[in-house]
Ligand binder design. Structure first.
Ligand code: OAD
Length: 252
């Protein structure tokens, strides 16, 4: 694959980014589907993306679930089954490495529902769009961990027999407060905000970049191509996160 960047210029950007990261006592990271691409999971937008094969309105809104829960569950059960076949890549590992250096001064905010950050060994993770491994009862609201086990097309709650739904955030829904509040806090309080593998077009998640800037953080972006975040970034590192993040760590 070719990227329209001279090796020298990527090298210089990496050096600059490493200096910012080294100086930062508190670091927060926002990841998107791109960081899991090298693990073999499809991103949402663009060629071959999940939203190319599925209309968002048909599988990822509360109304879609009301209209056709079987269709929605088939989509999510496929994604759950897919999870059983993938593992973290060196991009996830690099973020574990940064957390080890900073301890509780490090917060990893992810839009991903694949839980690969946990699988890699990250500890302080905020899954702001929920997690495929969990289900939630639409009647009694109980949340349970179901891993990647196969579920029926219309799974029901053990306790109250209510219809279960994936414990993920759909379009038109609010983000869970217990993860959103600390995410805003971490973005606002950090000295360096790392944005990895996200198109940064979905709100409120993308607003965290603004919060970080408003709080005075330097912003480093890692992406295959420029995104909606690039104009607000102090350094843009163009390349696959599975190679770029380990390269960045090497320079710390
Ligand atoms: P997108 O599919 O919108 O964007 C993925 C980004 O990753 C793009 O900017 C790609 O250029 C970049 N990318 C792809 N491969 C990469 C690689 N190997 N290394 C680095 N970058 C790479 O995915 P998200 O931004 O995560 O929300 O999407 C945000 C939200 O929209 C998702 O959480 C989901 C979706 O609809 C909900 O379902 C609520």
């Amino acid at each position: 694959m070719h990227h329209p960047v001279e090796p020298e210029s990527l090298d210089a950007s990496l050096t600059k980014a490493a200096a910012i990261l080294r100086a930062a006592k508190r670091v927060a990271v926002l990841t998107g589907a791109g960081i899991s691409a090298e693990s073999g999971l499809a991103t949402f937008r663009g060629a071959g993306g999940l939203w190319e094969g599925h209309r968002v309105e048909e599988v990822a809104t509360p109304r879609a679930f009301q209209r056709d829960p079987t269709l929605v569950w088939r989509f999510y059960n496929l994604r759950r089954a897919n999870l059983a076949t993938v593992k973290p890549n060196p991009g996830h590992d690099a973020l574990v490495d940064i957390e080890k250096r900073l301890g509780d001064q490090f917060t990893l905010i992810t839009q991903n529902v694949d839980s690969l950050h946990y699988a890699a060994g990250s500890k302080n993770v905020l899954e702001i769009h929920g997690a495929l491994r969990r289900v939630r009862c639409t009647r009694c609201t109980r949340i349970t961990e179901r891993g990647t086990e196969a579920l029926p097309d219309l799974p029901r709650c053990d306790k109250c027999d209510g219809l279960l739904r994936p414990d993920v955030v759909w379009f038109e829904e609010e983000l869970p407060k217990d993860v959103w509040r600390p995410a805003v806090e971490a973005a606002y309080q950090c000295h360096c905000f790392l944005v990895v593998g996200t198109s940064a077009v979905v709100f409120p998640a993308a607003w965290l970049i603004e919060a970080a800037k408003n709080g005075g953080a330097k912003v480093i972006e890692v992406n295959l191509e420029r995104s909606a975040a690039s104009d607000r970034a102090d350094v843009v590192l163009l390349g696959p996160s599975g190679a770029t993040l380990p390269e960045l760590i090497k320079r710390l």
